[in-house]
Ligand binder design. Sequence first.
Ligand code: ACO
Ligand code: KIV
Ligand code: MG
Length: 564
Amino acid sequence: MKNANKYTRQYFLPDEPCFDWTRRDRLDHPPIWCSVDLRDGNQALIVPMNLEEKLAYFQLLVEIGFKEIEVGFPAASDTEFEFVRTLIERNLVPDDVTIQVLTQSRDHIIERTFEAIRGAKRAIVHLYNSTSVAQREQVFRADKDEIVRIAVTGAEQIRDLARQTPGNFFFQYSPESFTGTELDFALEICNAVLDVWQPTPERKVIINLPATVELSMPHVYASQIEYMGKHLAWRDAIVLSVHPHNDRGTGVAAAELAMLAGAERLEGTLFGNGERTGNVDIVTLALNLYSHGVDPGLDFSNLPAIQARVEALTKMQVSKRHPYAGELVFTAFSGSHQDAIAKGMKWREEKSPEHWTVPYLPIDPKDIGREYEGDIIRINSQSGKGGIGYVLEQSHGFDLPPKMREQLGYAVKRVSDREQKELSADEIAEIFMREFVNLAEPLDLVELTGTDAKGMHRVRATVVWQGQQVEIEGAGNGRLDALCHALEEGLGIRVANLTYKEHALEVGSGSRAVAYISVDDEKGNTHYGCGVDTDIMEASAKALVSAVNRMLVHSGEVPLAVGK
Ligand SMILES: CC(=O)SCCNC(=O)CCNC(=O)[C@H](O)C(C)(C)COP(=O)(O)OP(=O)(O)OC[C@H]1O[C@@H](n2cnc3c(N)ncnc32)[C@H](O)[C@@H]1OP(=O)(O)O
Ligand SMILES: CC(C)C(=O)C(=O)O
Ligand SMILES: [Mg+2]
């Protein structure tokens, strides 16, 4: 990158330090949210929304709970104009919602804007003109006084038209490209507009300070906002608003720091659609607040449905990694994350169901309409026993002993790695059934009968072993013990250190029992098997035979028929 010296700093810091905001570590209430989806978001689309689409989007914003909505740039096109007229004439704006329209500071554009909002119950007229050094020099080729003149002339025309036009109108001014503007000049031009509009605490004016292009690190923006908040005239009659964009990828950070620095209102869009890299994403900001225990006042409890509607209307896609909304943002593929999540979920269930501190998951996915199943833990070759066991338990009800999870884990990972693909819960269950459950090779238990006498158990079993049907018998202090003796005495198969676990299998149809058994081979290696049957005794015998079969196969004593 040899051309770095082509670029120089284009932003301005206050002369005096403005870092009071660094002493605050959290936001304890939401800002006044203003959606600019229908204007800034819309103007950045390949094909801007048509009338019907804008109406549907407006309805969505109302349902989410926005009370201020910039509905368009009425002078831009017939569609924009018609949309605003439709909202007003069809009385589609709820009483507690204020629409906002944007206008340049040009005669005919302001006039057309007022034609559009005639009769509105409440509308904010948003005037902007660009104030940065680059825009003054290159676009407007005007000095500071001339730029102030543009703003003041527009403000006067708006003041006058608001008096003459039926409706209830409020005012907003944005020094566009604020972040590239010397702060004293930004103050001067905002104050000049305020002098025209003469706001009062009862009828405030919105001063909106946009990072039209994000030029600096976010702490610089925060300092600029703090400086403006401290020095603007008419302070008690102003709502201090911010409008971050995301050119450096720090729009959310800039917005949060700006709010720490005193911004009371925030303009942004759903999922950050907007010019270039987008406006700041209100979904992320709202859910960041939520994750700190603050109700954002916007309803994202069914975020997938909102996302689907936004995608359909804008024809834009939300990235799979988008904060909170992306398809994969609650998903762990990697073993250690899965293990921690599975343990965290269990811990929460048992110890603290009313709080959410599950590792790796900043919020409870259910709060925004996401599911645990298939969403949180997904399995591939990076996964581990914790996650694989969790998926099997959640989906098919098998609660494996910890060491058996490890053996299943390796079996599942091998398949995923070899086939280079993610495995579904059903595929994991299939591997489990194939590798561990009711195994009948090389040893097949055909029939088992038993009797009890004076605390001694006797069994008689018909098995198929090395191609032949054989009758074996044994005695012990329980049925499994007796079967172990029968295997040893009849076939010479010796097992040691048997462990046992059983539970009812609640997932799926019919009531079945499941048993897990481990046995050690002569070298001390442990082998697990599982048995499933409607009868628990049958299930445990099948588990023992399965464990023995895995032992025989994996200790290399018989040809590999299972457990490949
Ligand atoms: C940062 C932002 O997002 S700002 C909002 C931007 N959004 C849009 O532009 C979308 C809607 N815009 C439009 O439909 C059109 O641009 C219109 C209807 C507003 C104006 O159309 P036109 O007059 O045909 O063209 P255009 O936008 O190129 O006009 C540029 C002229 O306006 C001037 N101008 C631009 N912004 C402003 C402003 N805020 N106030 C006063 N004059 C302005 C330019 O200096 C230029 O002047 P010149 O004619 O002396 O060279
Ligand atoms: C019109 C203004 C507020 C704007 O969109 C911007 O500066 O980004
Ligand atoms: Mg913008």
